[in-house]
Structure formats: C-alpha cells, structure tokens
Write a protein of this length. Structure first.
Ligand SMILES: Cc1ncc(COP(=O)(O)O)c(C=O)c1O
Length: 475
C-alpha cells in the first residue's frame, strides 16, 4: 500500500501517529536493505558458503565459513563491512617494518635517572635527546622538595582543582608563576598538553577565528579542534600570509593568534615583534606556548616575550613543567578575566585531577633556581652556540635552529632511524624524527642540550656524530 493510499484510508490519524507509522516503515525498509546487503556480501565473498548467526545484540551478522564466531566478534567484521581495526594497518605495517629492520628506537626503557648520562640495557650513553634544559631533574633541592611534599601532603590530590584537588601548594605556585611571568593571574594544569587543550577549547568560541602557525605543537592543534571557533593556519613564520588571513577575517567576532615561542622540532623562534604588531593592527589577541623557552630565553628566563621585549603585548603565556622545570604539569598566565573564565569553563581543568603535590613542590624549587642561578642559562647558551658551530663546520645541515634544540637534517626516514641507532651503539642518545612529525623528506635527528653537560661529553658527542655521519654519507 502506498503512503498516499494509507493516508487517505485513515484521514483522522493524528500527525503524531502518522509520523510514528512512517518511522516504523522506514525501520522495516532499513532492515530489509541490510539483509539484502548481507546476503550479497556473503555471495561475493571468496568462500562460497556463508553462514549467518544472531549476534548478542540481536543484529544479524554474516561470517564467511572458516571464521569462528569468536573471531567474527573479535575482528568486528559484519555485513561485509570493513574490520574495525583495518584502518590501523598502514601505521602498524610501518612499525613492523622498522622493527624488522632492527632500528625501532621509540620507548627505549632507561634504567637510570634523566640526566646528562643515562643507562639503557646496561650501556651508558650521553643524553642529547631530552628537554632537561637546565639540568634540574637530578638537582638535590628539587628532589628534596618533592619528597617533603609527599611526606606532608601524600602522593596525590584525588580530585579536580575545582573540587577537592587544590592545595595551598597549588595556590602558592600559581601566585609565584603569575609574578614570574608578569601576568595578573596564572592557572595550573596537570600537563602542558592539558593546558593548551583546556585553554584553547574554552576561549575560542563560536564566531571567533584562531590564526595558528602551520607547525604549531599538537596540543595547540587539538585544543583548537576542540573549540567551537574556526581555525585558519598560516605558513610557518610567514607574516605576509598571517596578514592576508587577518584581513580576510576582519569581521570575525574575535581573533586570536597562537604560536609556539620556540618550535620544538627545528628549534627556530616565532617572530613575536612582527606578530604583536599585526595583532595590534587587526585587533587580535596573542597567545604564546613557551614550553621550550621558559627558563631558557630572556635575561631572567621568562621566555620568548622577554627575549624579544614584547612581554606586555603577549596576552596569554603558557609554559610546561616537563622541560626546564624538571617535572610535569603546565601553566597558563594572562588577564584576570581569562583565568577566572577558565576556572569555570575549561573542561580539562574542571574534569581532571590536579597536579600531584610532589610535582608542584618540585616546580616551586625549580622556579627558585631559575630565578637565582643565571649561570645555568649562560652555560646552556655557551654549549648551544658551540654545538651549532661545530655541527655546521663538520658539514651537517642544522636548518634554522636558534635555540638549544639543534636538529640535524638527514632527509630520509630510514637514514634517520639508522643514524640514531648507530649513535646509540656508539653511546649517544638522540631522537629520530620522521614523517609525519617532520614534513615528508625532511627527516632529522633532534638533539637538545643541558646546562650541566660537560665539555668532555660534548666532545664525545661531536666525535661520534662525525664518525657516524661519515659512515652513512650524511657529511
Ligand atoms: C611546544 C609544546 N607545547 C606543549 C607541550 C606539551 O607539554 P607536556 O609534555 O607537559 O604535556 C609540548 C611537549 O612536548 C611542547 O613541545
């Protein structure tokens, strides 16, 4: 019976009843189509006989013979659809290849503390692959502060800072950091990743546009993805492109430019003076992720805004504690209205447990050291300049590095793995960075330095780079 005939036969049916009947008809039609598709899929399967059975949820599932019910459930194949796990294959195959070639270097378990030298499988090696810029992970004052905090406050906060997870220690650190970062207020997050996710997702609202450097850190990319606003990406450090986009979005409700102060893979800097100038011209706010600059850049270690003399023009400043501050956690500092808003709107802040006492106390102790011991920054820069010069002199391409992150370009992914493996055998820990973390064809070895590295350790690293670089035809 057609819908029209049905309707004329029952003219007094209420609109709601007609709607429900239509819904039922659509459901029947959907089930029949599904059955037909399943039969067709079974026929098309290379195995001739297909058996069907009722899955736990009552939905019909078709399996080709030779597949057990358990396997059918496990691999999720149903009605000729793709296996749920099938999409993992490209990455898993790649991992398998790298493992089989014996050059898989991720997640190497370190048996010692994170210091300028580490031990892996009983072998000592010089560490030039960490973000321990000031060498504070093993500082007795930082360790002692963390131990004392555990003794006084216990091992964890068991709750969100919004509810039971705020200790006096958190408030003390927020106040100290707001002062250090030269902003009215600061807010702690449990990681740097959460700081960016929780800030950007909350402050970039519907109708706003965020202008994000194309190679910004993943936490910025994902924070913007979670927001309700629009994100436009400008070419890396390309101010003409940024201006073009700012012009195009002049009518947006609000504009926020977001950049890394130091780019974590190539170690170059965002041109903050140009960025703040454009921000002023186009009425945009500026947020800087200074994960790799805190403690390192600026006469007092306050980061890239201090280094460039534009502290008052950067609206929101973010640090992580997983690098110079030798711990874990993150902080966002800015105007009172931003921080107060985050306290009541940031899901990553409200719905996640706060930094554990040991980490907070460790950061407080690290901050004391950052404020007092300028020699660490000075030493780090001496090492950095020397290593940049030496690598270049040997013929390595170190790209645009302007920081203690010095990347050695080897271009091909496999060569990066091979070279990192050979260096490890020779006693040097470095990280291979390949696509997609680096652009395709721009594979590199990421090296980074620590204020407490000795000259002898640096001589050793340079010797090994020369030896392995020649062996693999990189220089
Ligand atoms: C630029 C940048 N932002 C944010 C983060 C995230 O920080 P965390 O490791 O503390 O989560 C990192 C860490 O690698 C980073 O390099």
């Amino acid at each position: 019976m057609t819908q029209q005939a049905e309707n004329t036969k029952t003219p007094k049916l209420s609109a709601l009843k007609r709607y429900r009947r239509m819904q039922r008809q659509v459901r029947v039609l959907f089930r029949k189509t599904k059955e037909k598709t399943a039969t067709l899929a079974a026929k098309m399967s290379s195995k001739p006989e297909a058996e069907s059975w009722d899955g736990a949820d009552g939905e019909e599932t078709v399996m080709t013979s030779g597949t057990s019910q358990a396997e059918g459930h496990a691999n999720g194949k149903a009605n000729g659809q793709k296996d749920f796990y099938e999409k993992f294959s490209p990455i898993l195959n790649q991992v398998k290849k790298v493992r089989e070639a014996g050059v898989y270097l991720y997640c190497r378990p370190i048996e010692s503390g994170q210091d300028t030298e580490v031990t892996i499988h009983g072998q000592k090696m010089v560490m030039v692959g960490s973000n321990n810029y000031l060498g504070l992970t093993s500082d007795p004052r930082v360790k002692e502060a963390a131990i004392k905090a555990i003794e006084r406050f216990g091992s964890g906060c068991t709750g969100s800072p919004f509810l039971n997870g705020t200790l006096e220690l958190h408030e003390e650190l927020e106040a100290r950091l707001a002062k250090f970062m030269k902003k009215p207020m600061a807010l702690l997050f449990s990681t740097g990743m959460q700081a960016n996710l929780g800030t950007l997702s909350a402050i970039v609202g519907r109708g706003d546009v965020a202008f994000s450097d194309r190679i910004n850190h993943a936490s910025i990319v994902d924070g913007l993805r979670l927001s309700f606003g629009k994100t436009v990406k400008f070419h890396h450090n390309d101010m003409e492109d940024l201006e073009r986009l700012l012009k195009r979005h002049q009518n947006a409700d609000g504009r926020l430019i977001v950049v890394d102060g130091v780019y974590s893979m190539e170690g170059d800097l965002a041109p903050l003076p140009d960025i703040v100038k454009l921000a002023k011209s186009y009425h945009a706010k500026v947020m800087v992720d200074d994960a790799h600059a805190a403690g390192v850049f600026g006469a007092h270690g306050r980061g890239t805004p201090e280094h460039f003399g534009v502290e008052d023009d950067v609206d929101i400043l973010m640090y992580t504690f997983s690098k110079s501050f030798a711990s874990i956690g993150g902080v966002v500092a800015g105007p009172v209205e931003v921080i107060e808003y985050l306290r009541h709107a940031s899901r990553e802040w409200i719905f996640s447990a706060s930094m554990p006492p040991a980490s907070v106390a460790g950061v407080l102790a690290a901050l004391d050291i950052v404020e007092k011991e300028d020699w660490r920054r000075e030493r780090l820069w001496t090492i950095t300049k020397r290593m940049q010069q030496e690598y270049k002199r040997m013929g390595f391409n170190i790209g645009a590095s302007q920081s203690p992150i010095i990347s050695i370009f080897v271009w091909e992914d496999f060569k990066a793995y091979k070279m990192a493996k050979r260096l490890m055998e020779e006693g040097v820990f470095v990280n291979p960075v390949v696509s997609p973390a680096a652009p395709p064809g721009k594979a590199l070895l990421r090296t980074s330095y620590t204020a407490t590295h000795t000259d002898e350790q640096m001589d050793f690293v340079l010797d090994k780079f020369k030896k392995v670089g020649k062996e693999l035809g990189v220089i």
